[in-house]
Design a protein around this ligand. Structure first.
Ligand SMILES: [Zn+2]
Length: 129
């Protein structure tokens, strides 16, 4: 099946820029949260309730950051598949991935049939400490 390489490259570039922006924002939030926490330590001797809230904000942002970084890696992997002519083929069944799915998720490695099971599984592996 012929993949529109120009369109695929454009979607991957757009996705990469969105992820970089999102990562920048998250890193900015994390820096602010760390600064805020240091400031409060000095000023208020930190109330336990505040500490709880800020820890969970930071945990959320650290989780987001890890997710954006993982998606950037997927994006880079998709770019190299495009370079080697393997882009748009499911890694499990080696059938072409539908164009609508590639447009929505340009970095995907799996067809619709294998996506749910495998992307959930792949995420679980990546996120294990
Ligand atoms: Zn498949």
């Amino acid at each position: 099946m012929a993949i529109d390489e120009t369109a695929a490259r454009r979607s991957l570039d757009a996705e990469r820029r969105r992820l970089m922006d999102a990562l920048d924002l998250t890193e900015g939030d994390l820096a602010e949260e760390r600064d805020g926490r240091d400031g409060e330590l000095a000023a208020y001797d930190q109330l336990p309730a505040d500490q709880g809230t800020e820890t969970s904000d930071m945990e959320r942002d650290v989780g987001l950051q890890a997710d954006f970084e993982r998606r950037l890696q997927e994006n880079a992997a998709a770019q190299s598949r495009l370079d080697s002519g393997r882009y748009g083929t499911c890694e499990v069944c080696e059938r072409p991935i539908g164009p609508a799915r590639l447009e929505a998720m340009p970095s995907t490695r799996f067809c619709m049939d294998h996506a749910n099971a495998l992307e959930a599984g792949a995420n679980a592996v990546v996120r294990r400490p």
